[in-house]
Write a protein of this length. Structure first.
Length: 220
């Protein structure tokens, strides 16, 4: 026979799972930082010429976002309100430095390719936005999950853009030729204008899909 205590534990567990699933759905889809919130445009446009660069940037941001969210949440009651933004930047800068050094040590080619965009994660709007709007107001575990979810959403959007730009612009995928002589690569896709065009089409597709989903729910 199930006791009241076991029912309460099961209810809490189910509520936690639903909350966690909702956080991932928000980060990857409903509040995707790139395609919905339009944050982090600079690295999005600059690092998506190849899939390798996009994955490197996305995973780097995910690592920094998760770690900084966790630390900021742990220290949220100790940081004075007057210096909270400066404190957040110092915390983020520490993790960015660690990621930068790790990339330089273990994947120097990727580090050189990404260049200045790794240090610029310090002022990435996604990082500071999540620190201010979520990590500073929520417990550590939820803040860490938010960092992972938002980071994965950013990584997914960068990867989608990079696949389109690399395949159509260079005729390659992860450096391997996929044109097979069937089509001529269009250099415009690896130029800045190609980045804007690809981003625009992805945002439009995202909005169309979300609009259809909303109409379907209203009809039900």
């Amino acid at each position: 026979m199930v006791t009241q205590k076991e029912k309460t534990v099961e209810k809490k567990r189910g509520g936690w799972l639903r909350t966690t699933a909702g956080q991932f759905a928000d980060g990857i889809w409903r509040q995707n930082p790139t395609l919905v919130l339009l944050l982090g445009m600079c690295p999005t446009l600059a690092t998506t010429t190849t899939v390798q660069n996009a994955l490197g940037m996305g995973l780097s941001v995910t690592a920094v976002l998760t770690c900084s969210n966790l630390v900021i949440s742990l220290l949220r009651k100790l940081i004075p309100n007057q210096i909270r933004i400066a404190s957040y930047i110092v915390i983020v800068a520490g993790f960015v430095t660690a990621v930068d050094l790790l990339l330089a040590a273990f994947v120097p080619a990727l580090s050189a390719s990404l260049g200045i965009f790794i240090p610029l994660i310090v002022v990435n709007c996604i990082i500071l936005a999540r620190a201010e709007s979520f990590a500073s107001k929520n417990p550590p575990l939820r803040s860490a999950i938010d960092g992972v979810a938002m980071g994965l959403g950013f990584t997914c959007s960068l990867t989608a853009m990079s696949v389109i730009r690399e395949v159509l612009g260079s005729g390659t995928f992860l450096g391997y030729d996929v044109s097979f002589g069937v089509f001529e690569p269009m250099a415009i896709f690896i130029m800045p204008v190609g980045g804007f065009l690809t981003l625009g089409f992805l945002i439009a597709a995202m909005q169309k899909i979300m609009s259809r989903g909303s109409k379907k729910k209203e009809a039900e």
